[in-house]
Design a protein around this ligand. Structure first.
Ligand SMILES: Nc1nc2c(ncn2[C@@H]2O[C@H](COP(=O)(O)OP(=O)(O)OP(=O)(O)O)[C@@H](O)[C@H]2O)c(=O)[nH]1
Ligand SMILES: [Mg+2]
Ligand SMILES: [Zn+2]
Length: 358
């Protein structure tokens, strides 16, 4: 197989899949700017657009190619370097989040990711709740998460934080890195592998691009000093897949301001709760006040930290809301509002009346 294709992640199986489409050229989307794609193929990079048919058939944004997608092209013009994307090949996983400010519009972040480095700086960026949201997004996207605590130099005494992070991410590898020292990136490098794709996630300014530059051995990506208040200012503005010589592919991504949970996989983020939940008397136990709830019993007996249960509930509530349209959202919120008073019917009647007036 062509070595560029294999470092891009093409396996024999993927290539066989392309065999059914004779005349089409296999490639991988490495960057996207609205309707314009950069696609890497065996011989180099092309600038491509989506065919009218593919665009017409797409039911929503997630049917269109995303960074990391394996695609099939035609109309490849060697002179101009242009081509048309005819087909998106089956995905092994997809990262998506609820787009900011919309009720049910989802934004595809990356496709076919094997491993995700969830980067969190050891300074003011440090936030366990956000970490749990990222973990949920990564598990739901079909990738393996690795927590990367960055800027080790800013937090010399980090044993408490390290213990907290390990407790919040059971079963997940936790690395400590620095972009300032010569070998501070090495723990991350150990995870890269030819043919595998790793994405860097995390708030703006935590040092994602700095780590990638270190992996590449050159200042290939722009990085920038962060503001005095410790917040980043979005230096990286688009997702980009980059080949690491001998080490597979990495995707740099812009820091995310808001992380809507598209699909949450809470069982994997909270295995410590899940293990008790198996023994709850009711299958749909919400672990709030049900009789025979094994999770509540575990808290009582001191085998489960009550804080973990509180976080679980928060994330559960959030996951319930996303993906609903405005009307459903309103109904859910009102249901919630009235449920405590045992007057659900009253609330539903209220909504019905309100919708009629519209
Ligand atoms: N003190 C310290 N600063 C670092 C470290 N790593 C990166 N920085 C600095 O942090 C700033 C932001 O780094 P970037 O790599 O641009 O951060 P980013 O996560 O890519 O940010 P966005 O592209 O905005 O999402 C730069 O000024 C880096 O030099 C580190 O280990 N320690
Ligand atoms: Mg960056
Ligand atoms: Zn329970």
């Amino acid at each position: 197989m062509n070595s560029r294709l294999s470092s891009l992640g093409f396996t024999e199986k993927r290539l066989q899949e392309t065999a059914g489409y004779s005349g089409l050229v296999p490639g991988r989307v490495v960057a996207r700017d609205k309707n314009l794609y950069r696609v890497a193929i065996a011989e180099g990079d092309l600038q491509a657009e989506v065919s009218g048919k593919l665009r017409y058939q797409a039911l929503d944004g997630s049917d269109l190619p995303a960074v990391g997608d394996y695609v099939l092209l035609d109309n490849v013009d060697a002179g101009t370097g242009k081509a048309i994307i005819q087909q998106v090949m089956s995905r092994s996983g997809l990262f998506e989040r609820k787009a900011a400010g919309t009720a049910n519009e989802t934004q595809v972040l990356a496709a076919n990711v094997d491993l995700a480095f969830i980067c969190m700086a050891l300074n003011s960026d440090y936030n366990l709740r956000r970490l749990e949201r990222y973990l949920s997004l990564v598990w739901a996207g079909g990738a393996v998460p690795v927590v990367v605590l960055t800027k080790a130099d800013l937090c010399p005494d980090r044993s408490d934080k390290l213990a907290e992070v390990k407790a919040a991410a059971p079963g997940v590898d936790v690395l400590v890195t620095s972009g300032l020292t010569e070998d501070g990136f090495k723990p991350v490098a150990a995870y890269l592998e030819s043919g595998k794709t790793c994405v860097f996630l995390g708030s703006s300014g935590v040092g994602k691009s700095t780590l990638i530059n270190r992996l590449l051995g050159s200042e290939q990506i722009k990085t920038r000093e962060i503001r005095k208040d410790g917040k980043g200012k979005h230096t990286t503005t688009r997702r980009e897949l980059i080949l690491v010589p001998g080490g597979g592919a990495v995707i740099d991504s812009p820091g995310m301001r808001e992380l809507g949970l598209e699909s949450a996989d809470l069982a994997k983020v909270f295995p410590d709760i899940d293990i008790h939940a198996i023994s709850c008397k009711f299958n749909d136990c919400t672990h709030t006040r049900e009789p025979g709830c094994a999770v509540l019993r575990a808290v009582e007996e001191g085998t489960l930290d009550p804080k973990r249960l509180a976080n679980y509930r928060k994330l559960l509530k959030e996951a319930k809301y996303v993906g609903l349209n405005a009307k459903q959202l309103e109904r859910e919120k009102i249901n919630e509002m009235f449920s405590g008073f045992g007057s659900l019917r009253q609330a539903r009647d209220y909504i019905k009346r309100k919708n009629k007036r519209r």
